[in-house]
Structures are given as C-alpha cells and as structure tokens.
Design a binder for this molecule. Sequence first.
Ligand code: FES
Length: 117
Amino acid sequence: MPGFERHMFICTNQRDIDARTSCGHKNSRALKDAFKDAVKAAGLKGRVRAQESGCLDQCEHGPTVVVYPEGVWYGFVQLSDVQQIVDEHLVGGKPVERLRIADSCLNNSQCPHQPKR
Ligand code: FES
C-alpha cells in the first residue's frame, strides 16, 4: 500500500486563556473534524491524512493548518474555508493563496500579527 500523498496537520493546541493565544481557543477542534469529514467525503481517505497536532508555533496566525509535502501554511482558517482547501488544494493540487501565511510572517518575531511588546 502506498503512503499518503499529502499530510495535513490542524493545530488544536489550547493554552490557558491568559497565556499566548492558541488555536484551540479559535474553534480548531471543530475545524479538524470538518477537515476529516471533508477529506473522507472527497474520496481522499487513504490518500490524504488530516489530523490534529500540537502547537505548530504559528499561534498568532491561528487557527493554523499545514499541508505536506508542499509545506503550505494556512492561517486564520475558518470552517467556511474547509471545502475550498479540500477542493482546490487537496483535490486540485492548487493551494488557496488567500489563506496562506505569508513567508515573511512565518517564524518572524517582527511579524505584524505578533502581539506588541
Ligand atoms: S497554538 Fe496553534 S500554532 Fe500554536
């Protein structure tokens, strides 16, 4: 049996409310369930694996999702975005540009989404 063509991680990490923001406070568990359902409905079960993950260290962009092997990072993903990501990226092979986290924001402590210190 061949391996997965794509692997999708949906951060469901939830911190204490007073700590750094976290995806778990932004409905990411429901997002994970919606992705799993949509992947299955698209007939991708066994080809694409969608699963929850711990913190992906892009908390200020959450809910955060990453798709490998391309390494496409999505941020601020909402339930209303799930079907478009599945249809266009996972089925069609074309990432949804409007939802991508800009390269200039990834792992950048000076990113405008970071809290002001
Ligand atoms: S809590 Fe989701 S990326 Fe950190």
